[in-house]
Design a protein around this ligand. Structure first.
Ligand SMILES: *[C@@H]1O[C@H](CO)[C@@H](O)[C@H](O)[C@H]1NC(C)=O
Ligand SMILES: *[C@@H]1O[C@H](CO)[C@@H](O)[C@H](O)[C@H]1NC(C)=O
Ligand SMILES: *[C@@H]1O[C@H](CO)[C@@H](O)[C@H](O)[C@H]1NC(C)=O
Ligand SMILES: *[C@@H]1O[C@H](CO)[C@@H](O)[C@H](O)[C@H]1NC(C)=O
Ligand SMILES: *[C@@H]1O[C@H](CO)[C@@H](O)[C@H](O)[C@H]1NC(C)=O
Ligand SMILES: *[C@@H]1O[C@H](CO)[C@@H](O)[C@H](O)[C@H]1NC(C)=O
Ligand SMILES: *[C@@H]1O[C@H](CO)[C@@H](O)[C@H](O)[C@H]1NC(C)=O
Ligand SMILES: *[C@@H]1O[C@H](CO)[C@@H](O)[C@H](O)[C@H]1NC(C)=O
Length: 770
């Protein structure tokens, strides 16, 4: 017996030992991206041969480190062979370190996760009228035949926003595909001309995937929403849940669209991963898209150590404009992401639209917000504080918050129930009330939520009121024997409040990677944006909600980003020869910094004036952007010199067509960007810019609004242009008025070139050091 036991023990010990041996080997393998810059193509090879050759070279490079061909086959899971040169592989940390030292390797970085930039969603109907956009639409033929794509959570191909009635043949330059994968019902058409999915990097983080992950179909709603905002068809008479109706529409409604699915259900490491994002960029550039819209991001990092900056760099080099969301990490400062100067970075602001819903009690009427149905039937209903309506088995505390199952049907049947916000989803409280037989709900803020009220698609007539209004209602309930009241849900109200205002959630500058470049660049509507939904999610995104709607209301810089992508589509249609930088300049220099009451844009978080750190150059004006007068243009060489100026290693930049940095690279303040930021003004500095005439001949004169404590002189003060395409240089000297004084704060001003027809505005952002 003893012998057998010891044999078993030995066996166990042996197995354990094997496990010990194997575990660390597996555990230390992580997914990495190895970035090699640009492909140097042999012109004698066909694209297919070149691609094969590139894949082989990736395998050879890795084999020289791993010293084992078979291991290389297992390790590499993407080879980027079209435009971007590089690969993604499972590597040990030491191998990754070693590869990064190889000649030709620009960078090696881990496969990090990113998040979609949406805050939450609800649902609504009716869309803002924008006569400005209307005329831009006519001029730019509604973005006809421009190809706009997003990297997002996929697309719902059957949605009306993507129907192809009235569209001609797919543009012949298109080289993309419709990758059905496991979903035989997924098909593209002459509007939705392409779709692909990328899940290998996600699988590296999430583990094995079932068949639903092998398709570009959008099960989340985010991708369909953003794609239809950028370029969805006109969809008239979109009516939801008996609410009002309106026409849904994208920014470039006659553009073609393509979806690159890189985002999947959230894991603790994120939803969209570097190696997939880079593969999608490589495919999209190859396929022939004109505009790329990315409503996602992570923490900012060095330019060549994340897939967004790298992918965007290659895209912009090919003439594709890349538009990204700034992030939803406001109101804190220094939270803006996607800050590379070749990216167009978008903040979020409100629309002039509200969803008021009143609750009337005693002799009072207070106005909250809601998107629910109206309360019909008798005029007055009994009101009850949910705290007094607890079920025998539930505490008063739970009942006060209307947690599931906490209410006694005998006490709430036929009544309007007042619930306190917190601890559960706002719409879930409505569901609890409805289940218990209540006819309506008033959702009151607790002190910590203050005045923040939200228009939700509740499952029963409801309104959401502020803390102070809640106090008045609770005190009425306290002091009244048989409290009575009703809820009046109004239709969408337009032109109500000062708008636009900067959304509190919109991420802000300063730029933490390169403080000398102002970010975000621009702001656009990102609050309560109506756009396409999928056939697979409910308006509340909660499990109990069996309703399905064709359109959803969502908020986030995710929603503002595709507004700009749509405007870029119009500019592409109108000015096919413009570079991404010229298009970006046109959008930035024509933006406004005033609201509909002709007052400075407000910051919703503080109700004080917002600054360029919130909105960049300002709020987009599509019509003005079509005819900016002058543009600040930039080329790939300018961006490479910018990187040289930041001290990027010449050896790294050599991977871009053997580019070598000039011996004295230009200072980054002289990058010909459409904004001017000096984060460290010691006494005085001189900044150079070049403007190109894209309008009629004429003379532009300069105007300056000086930042507080700074004198600004511009030379020359007039620029005369005789023809289109002519360029003129000017210098801006910024000088502290009181020498030696330093301010801890940034100060803001503006520089404007005008021929009295065009106003070419540039923000001035300065911080002094002693
Ligand atoms: C596939 O996996 C997802 C996420 O794990 C799950 O929600 C879904 O129900 C699965 N679908 C099928 C068909 O198994
Ligand atoms: C939408 O509203 C307009 C004006 O109120 C009305 O004429 C039209 O019939 C409505 N359409 C639908 C589909 O409800
Ligand atoms: C924002 O700033 C406040 C204080 O300035 C800090 O308490 C909070 O943690 C910050 N939030 C984030 C998300 O960093
Ligand atoms: C952000 O910075 C501005 C200017 O320095 C300051 O007034 C504001 O309070 C800051 N916001 C937050 C949330 O810290
Ligand atoms: C209380 O009892 C009711 C009826 O039996 C049940 O529906 C509900 O889920 C219970 N609530 C809790 C909090 O256990
Ligand atoms: C309502 O009355 C209770 C005691 O009956 C009291 O604790 C509470 O503060 C009162 N609430 C309001 C809003 O007056
Ligand atoms: C670039 O970096 C490599 C490795 O990090 C180093 O060996 C080389 O000297 C650097 N070159 C320059 C010009 O700084
Ligand atoms: C040049 O600019 C100045 C003011 O900056 C203005 O008074 C003058 O008329 C301009 N000259 C021309 C030719 O436009």
């Amino acid at each position: 017996m003893a012998g057998r036991n010891s044999t078993l023990l030995l066996l166990f010990a042996f197995v354990f030992f094997i496990l010990l041996l194997q575990r660390p080997v597996f555990a230390t393998k992580e997914a990495y991206v190895v970035y090699l810059g640009e492909h140097s193509r042999d012109p004698d090879l066909s694209p297919w041969e070149a691609s094969m050759r590139a894949t082989e070279s990736h395998h050879e490079l890795l084999a020289s480190v791993l010293k084992d061909k078979e291991k290389v086959e297992d390790a590499i899971f993407y080879s980027y062979t079209h435009n971007i040169n590089g690969f993604a592989a499972y590597l040990g940390e030491e191998d990754a370190m070693e590869i990064s030292k190889y000649p030709g390797v620009v960078s090696v970085f881990p496969n990090r996760g990113y998040s979609l930039h949406t805050t939450r969603s609800w649902e609504f109907l009716g869309l803002e009228r924008n006569s400005e956009t209307h005329s831009a639409w006519n001029k730019a033929r509604f973005g006809e035949d421009v190809i706009i794509a997003n990297l997002d959570s996929g697309v719902w191909p059957e949605h009306q926003s993507f129907k192809d009635d009235g569209y001609g043949a797919v543009p012949s330059r298109w080289r993309g595909i419709c990758q059905q994968g496991s979903d035989q019902s997924f098909s593209c058409n002459r509007k939705l001309i392409g779709a692909r999915y990328f899940n290998k990097a996600y699988r590296a983080a999430a583990g094995p995937l079932n068949a639903t992950f092998y398709s570009p179909r959008d099960y989340d709603g985010h991708g369909s929403h953003t794609l239809s905002t950028a370029a969805g068809n006109f969809v008239p008479g979109a009516s939801i849940l008996g609410h009002a109706n309106g026409t849904a529409k994208g920014g470039s409604p006659r553009a073609r669209v393509a979806a690159y699915k890189v985002c999947w259900p959230r894991t603790f490491r994120g939803e969209c991963f570097d190696a997939d994002i880079l593969a999608a960029f490589d495919a999209a550039i190859h396929d022939g898209v004109d505009v790329l819209s990315l409503s996602l991001g992570g923490r900012p990092s060095a330019y060549f150590e994340n897939s967004l900056d790298i992918g965007a760099f290659h895209a912009v080099k090919k003439g594709i404009t890349v538009v990204c969301s700034a992030g939803n990490s406001g109101p804190n400062n220094s939270t803006v992401t996607n800050v590379a100067p070749w990216i167009l970075t978008v903040g979020a602001s409100t629309l002039d639209r509200d969803f008021p819903a009143d609750v009337v009690f005693g002799n009072k009427r207070v106005t909250g917000k809601s998107l629910s149905e109206a309360l019909t039937g008798k005029k007055l209903y009994p009101l009850i504080n949910s705290k007094e309506a607890n079920h025998g088995n539930a505490s008063k505390e739970k009942a006060e918050l209307c947690l599931p199952g906490s209410l006694d049907p005998a006490k709430v049947k036929g009544k309007i129930v007042v619930c306190l916000r917190g601890s559960s989803a706002r719409e879930a409280k409505g569901e609890t009330v409805r289940e218990a037989g209540g006819v309506g709900m008033v959702l009151a803020n607790s002190g910590s939520f203050g005045n923040e009220i939200i228009a939700d698609v509740h499952v029963l007539p409801a309104t959401h009121i502020t803390f102070s209004d809640g106090l008045a209602l609770y005190s009425y309930l306290n002091s009244t024997k048989s409290p009575l009241g009703y809820i009046a849900v109004h239709m969408t109200k337009l032109g109500a409040e000062p708008a636009p205002a900067m959304a509190s959630f919109s991420s802000r500058g300063p730029n933490t990677i390169t403080p000398g470049i102002l970010k975000p660049d621009i702001t656009a509507p990102g609050v309560d944006v109506l756009a396409a939904s999928t056939g697979d999610v409910s308006p509340t995104e909660l499990d109990f909600d069996r309703r399905r709607v064709a359109f959803m209301l969502k908020s986030g810089t995710s929603m503002s980003c595709p507004h700009i992508s749509g405007v870029v589509g119009l500019l592409k249609a109108l000015h096919p020869g413009w570079s991404p930088a010229a298009i970006k300049s046109a959008i930035m220099t024509t933006a406004r910094v005033w609201d509909n009451e002709k007052l400075p844009l407000l910051d919703e978080a503080t109700f004080l004036d917002a600054s360029p750190f919130n909105y960049g150059s300002g709020h987009v004006r599509p019509n003005r952007a079509m005819d900016p007068g002058l543009v600040y243009d930039l080329t790939t060489t300018d961006y490479l010199n910018f990187l040289c100026g930041l001290g990027y290693n010449s050896t790294q930049l050599a991977e871009f067509r053997s580019y070598s940095c000039p011996s004295k690279p230009p200072h980054i303040k002289d990058l010909n960007y459409p904004s001017i930021t000096i984060p460290d003004l010691s006494s005085s500095t001189k900044v150079t810019r070049v403007v190109k005439n894209v309008g009629s001949p004429g003379t532009y004169a300069v105007r300056v609004i000086e930042p507080r404590g700074i004198s600004v002189t511009v030379s020359p003060t007039n620029l005369t242009f005789d023809e289109v395409g002519e360029e003129k240089k000017f210098e801006v000297t910024l000088k502290k008025i009181k020498e030696g004084e330093s301010s801890a704060e940034y100060v803001f001003g503006r520089l404007i070139w005008t021929d009295r027809k065009h106003y070419v505005r540039t923000p001035l952002v300065v911080k002094s050091t002693s």
